[in-house]
Write a protein that binds this ligand. Structure first.
Ligand SMILES: *Cc1c(COP(=O)(O)O)cnc(C)c1O
Length: 443
C-alpha cells in the first residue's frame, strides 16, 4: 500500500470540489432578506430585523438583553466602554486568540495583558490568571477558542475576588456550553461575531449580550455616537452625553443572521458529529493530536485544530519543521489545511513596537511614563508558542460536509503518515499552486 504522495507526483486524495461551502443559504434566509427588500427599511437602531434578531438571540442563549453591532470587535469595544474601562486600565486576555480580543482594549486606551494557554484546551490557563492581576486590572476577557468554552468557574471566582468585570469573547463559540450554560451568559457581557465564517453568519456583524440593564443602556448610547434619546418622542436629541461610536448593524445582515439562527443547532450538531468522527479515526494515527473537549463542555468546533508530535510519530525531527512538512503534504493531497494564528498575539509587531496612536506609544505610555513596564516577550507564553509551532486547522468540518468528506480527510492523513519519510524529504517544496491550481482560502 505504498501509495505515492501527491507532493511526490502521486494522485491527490481530494479535490476542491469535494468541499461544500459555508454558510449554507436556505429559504429561511431568502424569506427574511426579502422582507428587508420589500420593506425598503435598510437600517436603524430599532429597525424590524435588527430588533427581531436581538430578541431571538437573547432567547436562544437565555440572556435578558441583546444589541446587534456592526462587528464582534465593535461588541467587545462597546463592552469595555460600557463597564467603564479607561486610559491605563489593564485588560487580561488569552495569548492564543484573534487580535481583536486584545485590540479592543487599545481602542479604549487600556492596556492588554496576556495569559498563556492551557496546552490541552488552548483556552486561557486559569492557573496563571491570578499572577497577571494588578491594582490596575479592570477586566478579564476569556476567549472560547475555536468553539471550546474557557474554564469559566475559576475565572469568575478570581474576578469576584479582585472585583473585576468579565466580558466573554464568544465570537467563535455560538451555542457552546460550559456546565450546561450557554457561553456569553456567564460573564457580565457576552460578545459574538456574525462574520462570514463564524458558526452564526450574517455576512458581517456582532452581538452584545447582557443581563444588566445599566450595561444595556450604556451599550445603546455607545453604539450610536453617545447620542441621548428623548424619553417621550424616542427621537435622537443630537446631544452626545458620552463618547460613542457608530457601531450599529444593518437590516440585511440581521435578516441573514435570523435565517441562519434557525439552523444553528442543526449545523453545530453536524460540526460535532464530523469532529467526533475525526477524533475517533485520527487518534489512531500516532503523532496526530485531535482537539480535546472537557466533559463539562459542549465544543462547537468553529475550527478543527489538529496538532502534530514527531516523537509520537516515531520521527526524529524538530516539531515546527515536522508540522510544516506534514501540512504541505496534506495540502498537496487536496486537503484544505493551514494555520490561522501563526504566533501568540503578544508576539505581533504591534505589541513588540508598542506603537498605538500615530507614532506615539499610547496607550502604554499612560503607565510607562509612571515607571510601569509592559513586557510582551513571547518567551512568557511557551504553551501558546508551542501550539503555534505544531498545529494546523483542518477546514471543511462544517456542514454541508459530512462523513463522506471526513472519510477522505482521514484517508489523506493515513496516506501522509504512512509516508512520513517522503513528506519530510519534500518539506521545503513550494506550497502553491495547490492540487487544483487554486489558491488556498479559509473556511
Ligand atoms: C472573529 C473574532 C472576533 C472579531 O469579530 P469580527 O466580527 O470579525 O470583528 C473577535 N474575537 C475572536 C476570537 C474572533 O474569532
Amino acid at each position: 500500500m505504498a501509495e505515492k504522495l501527491a507532493i511526490d507526483g502521486g494522485t491527490p486524495v481530494l479535490s476542491r470540489s469535494d468541499y461544500g461551502n459555508w454558510p449554507i443559504i436556505t429559504d429561511d434566509d431568502r424569506k427574511f432578506v426579502n422582507e428587508v427588500l420589500d420593506s425598503g427599511i435598510m437600517a436603524g437602531g430599532t429597525a424590524p430585523q435588527v430588533s427581531a434578531l436581538e430578541k431571538e438571540w437573547a432567547e436562544f442563549i437565555g440572556a435578558k438583553h441583546c444589541l446587534t453591532t456592526c462587528s464582534g470587535t465593535a461588541a467587545l469595544h462597546m463592552a469595555l466602554a460600557a463597564v467603564g474601562v479607561g486610559p491605563g486600565d489593564e485588560v487580561i486576555t488569552s495569548a492564543f486568540t484573534f487580535l481583536a480580543s486584545a485590540s479592543c482594549a487599545l481602542h479604549q486606551n487600556a492596556i492588554p495583558v496576556f495569559v498563556d494557554i492551557d496546552p490541552k484546551t488552548y483556552c486561557m490557563d486559569v492557573s496563571k490568571l491570578e499572577a497577571a492581576v494588578t491594582e490596575r486590572t479592570k477586566v478579564i476577557i476569556p476567549v472560547h477558542i475555536q468553539g471550546l468554552p474557557a474554564d469559566m468557574d475559576p475565572i469568575m471566582e478570581i474576578a469576584g475576588k479582585h472585583n473585576l468585570h468579565v466580558i466573554e469573547d464568544a465570537c467563535q463559540a455560538h451555542g457552546a456550553t460550559y456546565k450546561g450554560k450557554m457561553v456569553g451568559t456567564i460573564g457580565e457581557v457576552g460578545t459574538f461575531s456574525l462574520n462570514n465564517f463564524k458558526n452564526l453568519c450574517g455576512g458581517e456583524g456582532g452581538l452584545f449580550v447582557t443581563d444588566n440593564e445599566d450595561l444595556l443602556n450604556k451599550g445603546v448610547l455607545i453604539r450610536c455616537f453617545g447620542d441621548e434619546i428623548d424619553e417621550v418622542s424616542r427621537r435622537r436629541k443630537y446631544n452626545a452625553s458620552i463618547l460613542g461610536y457608530m457601531y450599529r448593524n444593518q437590516e440585511l445582515p440581521a435578516a441573514l443572521a435570523r435565517g441562519q439562527l434557525k439552523h444553528l443547532d442543526e449545523n453545530n450538531n453536524i460540526r460535532i458529529k464530523n469532529a467526533d468522527y475525526l477524533r475517533e479515526e485520527l487518534s489512531k494515527i500516532p503523532g496526530v493530536i485531535p482537539p480535546y473537549c472537557p466533559p463539562e463542555c459542549k465544543h462547537v468546533y468553529f475550527f478543527y485544530n489538529v496538532r502534530f508530535d514527531p516523537k509520537a510519530a516515531g520521527v526524529d525531527c524538530e516539531p515546527k519543521k515536522f508540522r510544516i512538512a506534514v501540512e504541505k503534504a496534506l495540502y498537496k493531497e487536496g486537503m484544505l489545511v493551514g494555520q490561522w494564528q501563526t504566533m501568540p498575539v503578544p508576539a505581533q509587531d504591534l505589541f513588540q513596537s508598542k506603537l498605538g496612536y500615530g507614532s506615539s506609544s499610547y496607550p502604554w505610555a499612560v503607565n510607562e511614563d509612571k515607571g510601569i513596564k509592559y513586557n510582551y516577550d513571547p518567551a512568557q507564553f511557551p504553551a501558546a508558542q508551542e501550539l503555534c509551532d505544531t498545529y494546523t486547522i483542518v477546514h471543511g468540518t462544517h456542514p454541508p460536509n459530512g462523513t463522506e468528506l471526513m472519510e477522505k480527510i482521514v484517508t489523506g492523513f493515513q496516506k501522509v503518515f504512512n509516508n512520513l519519510d517522503v513528506a519530510l524529504a519534500h518539506a521545503d517544496d513550494e506550497l502553491y499552486p495547490g492540487p487544483d491550481g487554486a489558491l488556498y482560502g479559509a473556511g
